[in-house]
Design a protein around this ligand. Sequence first.
Ligand code: AMP
Ligand code: MG
Length: 474
Amino acid sequence: MTMPASFDNSYSRLPASLHASVRPTPVAEPALIEVNLPLALELGLDPALFTAEVAVGNRLLPGTAPIAQAYAGHQFGHFVPQLGDGRAILLGEVVDRNGIRRDIQLKGAGPTPFSRRGDGRAALGPVLREYLVSEAMHALGIPSTRALAAATTGEKVYREAALPGAVLTRVAKSHIRVGTFQYFAARRDRDSLSVLVDHVIARHYPAAATSDNRALALLDSVMLAQARLVARWAGIGFIHGVMNTDNMSVSGETIDYGPCAFMDRYDPATVFSSIDEYGRYAYANQPAIAQWNLARFAETLIPFLDPDREAAIAVATQRIEAFPALFTDQWTDVFRAKIGLASAEDADADLIHALLDAMHGAGADFTLTFRRLSLGEAVPELDAWLGQWRTRLQRDRQSNDQQLALMRASNPAYIPRNHLVEAMIEAAVERADPEPFRTMLQVLLSPYSEQEGMDRYAAAPAETGQAYRTFCGT
Ligand code: AMP
Ligand code: MG
């Protein structure tokens, strides 16, 4: 089976203000760790194309047109007018088997014109973390960038210590961020912004193309996609960790896995990232931050929303102020399914909050508690709440079996547990042992069914008395 790779690079054909041509910098000794066969086939690519040389960028597939994309961004609330792909190179795009255009990007492939003082490289640990977590997210049903391949470079990267270098081949519906819009808005480059608006509508939100107000339809579409995404994160206890505007994809996929982590015990104030001193990106803050980022996005669209600036600001403000209600609807839908409800009643949100409050009070493990409820197992610490819940379930239109099936499909048995992610990375980095990565990946690809002999991947971590900390994955 040989399928020629058929690239069609629409972004590199856009005006030169949006990107810079750059070639990956060859590395000494490439070696493959993993190639994602099902994903390669979904993309219409022969998995055999992804040799070690290709996966590190030493050899380019025919038809690629490598570029680094320009973008800006608010990092922890501070605007940086120029970030851009400093260590990622977009090879090109393919149209997949479902007719969806997908970016193929190498992360860690060497310096670009946007690298500033960075080396353009990635270390093995963060590459494996992103591979594992992004594929786990996809298997959980959460929109996410995907991992197509991972390979080591045979070279060291220098962080606090010398670490093995690696390259991740990442696939996304696009890598266009809120920060991409901000880059041109900050330069008052209305022509480039207009090109970007057209490109994003055509690529991600074609229904907006026929609207009387295309920019407003775009804003509405991006807001809905983000509300959905962040609500789904909440449903699985995911904390992105660095929700800067340059790390928010306008397509609504989870992107840029750095210090992300999953909550073990339920606590809305949970923060893992060592650099998030004030808890800006804590679990419970994610919706408010999404709203803040979307306000920055809306600002970039002001020139297109209405010829009258005041009117444009008014409509944008009205939309952004409506975000909490939009989010609450999505959130309530996610958690209704988690407690087995196919019908909706006004008081459902209160019932869900009562459960979460009880879990918080009891220090209950987020994932295990919902899974136990889904399996009909006893959860003694929730006794008081269970009565209210059963009464509500009786008014639902589904049978009890259907309710439990919905719950088992909404409450995973397996998430990437932080302590296991750390152990997996340690094995790969310290002992060059890829087995824990492979085994854990296999388990996480079927998160909604119990797998024999894999109990330790479902278990909560042992109490260490020490808070888990993550570090920015550069
Ligand atoms: P991140 O924290 O990964 O979202 O990256 C923020 C910005 O820093 C982006 O513009 C990245 O391209 C850039 N960056 C991160 N790591 C490196 C690196 N090792 N070399 C060059 N640029 C980097
Ligand atoms: Mg980033």
